[in-house]
Design a protein around this ligand. Structure first.
Ligand code: FDA
Length: 395
């Protein structure tokens, strides 16, 4: 009989194992991969955006927006940064307070593995977790390599993004079989696809990035880069807003968030009255985008002096509130996170333990807490793992 079994050797599972091992706990970690921390290695373009300078509950999406507060406050970004510093891992800050490794995401995985090596952690890799049953003394875990009995089980199997890595919905199925509720899951931090004919018109812009402000129908806004792709729209601003988008909804794009477009048009009118609308707007936006907008929004491509005040107002309104209805998202294949998951109603926010099964814990992305782009998902993995380990140590 194992004392503690952690299912999933990703960010949350490894971090939790290290803390428990160092407290003398007997921990077995099982994972279906050949290596540990595979998503960490892929993250942040290989540099792992491991946390953020400002972290609060507002950076997370959950059916209960207050649930994450306790764990985030008891293991903060500064605590993780202290650990990173102890291992002399060089890091740097990018826009919006995002912290990345200078060298490689491998530094973070090495650190987590070394933390585990300070204790008695047994790794059982290439082992597929299949199901879980409660017993009188703990749990029976069924895997493709046999049955494991354990007093305590920590489920840290992450979300469904990157199915090629072997991500599975088994944790959700197991929870439901134990009457633990699961909030509906969907891909988050994910590019949008667009429908023809708009897509065909925008395809020549593939690879072009512009800084925009995007607003969801619920009023959530982000100002960052938008990238045109051969499938639709991507870039940080689109990934962020995708967390707040539901199928059928439109997004509103301010294409010129840093320009007073009215003032610009007045100025251009007086200095270049014969300049066409297309050439005027091409001073601010990629020419191909201007052509698409003129066609799609039926702007009159006249010399500025011939545009009426009403036409100018219409152009300003459209460029600052361009409405697009995405066809869908690229789904889990390219998503960075899974929204939804194990319902926080069924968990203790202090220890991540199931309210009905006190020796069963859920940590990391498998829980219905998903973060913005910017290191927030890893911070949730660290904070929820710490809450769980601390709950076990102090119980
Ligand atoms: P994680 O997914 O890390 O680990 C789960 C583990 O469980 C995996 O090793 C998996 O193989 C294993 N597993 C699953 N099902 C199993 C089963 N049935 N049996 C056995 N094992 C099983 N976040 C961030 O904050 N900054 C960033 O820079 C990035 N970048 C990024 C890039 C890309 C491409 C992706 C896909 C995601 C990110 N993220 C991110 C998100 C971040 O990677 C993610 O939120 C955390 O890794 C979640 O940590 P967990 O430990 O919960 O799951």
């Amino acid at each position: 009989m194992n004392e503690i079994t952690i299912i999933g050797a990703g960010a949350a599972g490894l971090f939790c194992a290290g803390i428990l091992g160092q407290q003398g706990r007997n921990v077995t970690v099982i994972d279906n991969g050949k290596r540990v921390g595979r998503k960490i290695l892929m993250s942040g373009g290989g540099k792992c955006n491991f946390t953020n300078m400002t972290v609060s509950a507002e950076n997370y999406i959950s059916a209960n927006p207050h649930f994450c507060k306790s764990a985030l406050s008891r293991y903060t970004q500064w605590d993780f940064l202290d650990l990173v510093s102890q291992y002399n891992i060089a890091w740097h800050e990018r826009d919006h307070g995002q912290l990345f490794c200078d060298h490689s995401a491998q530094d973070i995985v090495n650190m987590l593995v070394q933390e585990c090596q300070k204790g008695q952690i047994k790794f059982q890799l290439q082992t597929q977790f299949e199901s879980l049953q409660a017993t009188d003394t703990g749990f029976q875990i069924t895997t493709d390599k046999g049955t494991i009995f354990s007093q305590k089980v920590i489920v840290a199997t992450g979300g469904l993004s990157m199915p090629a890595l072997g991500m599975t919905p088994l944790a959700y199925q197991v929870a439901q079989s134990l009457n633990i509720a699961v909030e509906p899951v969907r891909a988050g931090l994910v590019p949008f696809t667009l429908q023809k004919p708009l897509l065909d018109k925008l395809i020549p812009l593939s690879g072009t990035a512009i800084s925009v402000l995007v607003t969801s129908e619920q009023g959530n806004s982000f100002k960052e880069n938008l990238l045109f792709t051969h499938r639709g729209l991507s870039g940080p601003v689109i990934l962020q807003i995708s967390n707040y988008w539901q199928p059928g909804e439109a997004i509103t794009i301010n294409l010129l968030p840093d320009t007073d477009l009215n003032a610009f048009l007045i100025n251009q009118h007086s200095s270049h009255p014969n300049q066409s609308l297309k050439n005027t707007l091409a001073r601010l936006l990629p020419k191909r985008l201007v052509e698409v907008l003129i066609e799609h929004e039926q702007f009159p491509d006249l010399p500025l002096k011939q545009l009426t005040a009403a036409q100018k107002n219409h152009i300003v309104a459209k460029l600052t509130q361009w409405q697009i209805q995405p066809n869908g998202t690229e789904g889990y294949r390219t998503a960075e996170v899974t929204l939804g998951g194990i319902s926080t109603d069924c968990l203790s926010s202090k220890t991540m333990a199931s309210k009905d099964y006190p020796n069963l814990y859920f940590i990391g992305e498998v829980v219905d807490v998903a973060g913005w782009l910017g290191g927030y998902n890893f911070q949730w993995a660290w904070s929820s793992a710490f809450a769980c380990a601390n709950g076990i140590i102090t119980s």
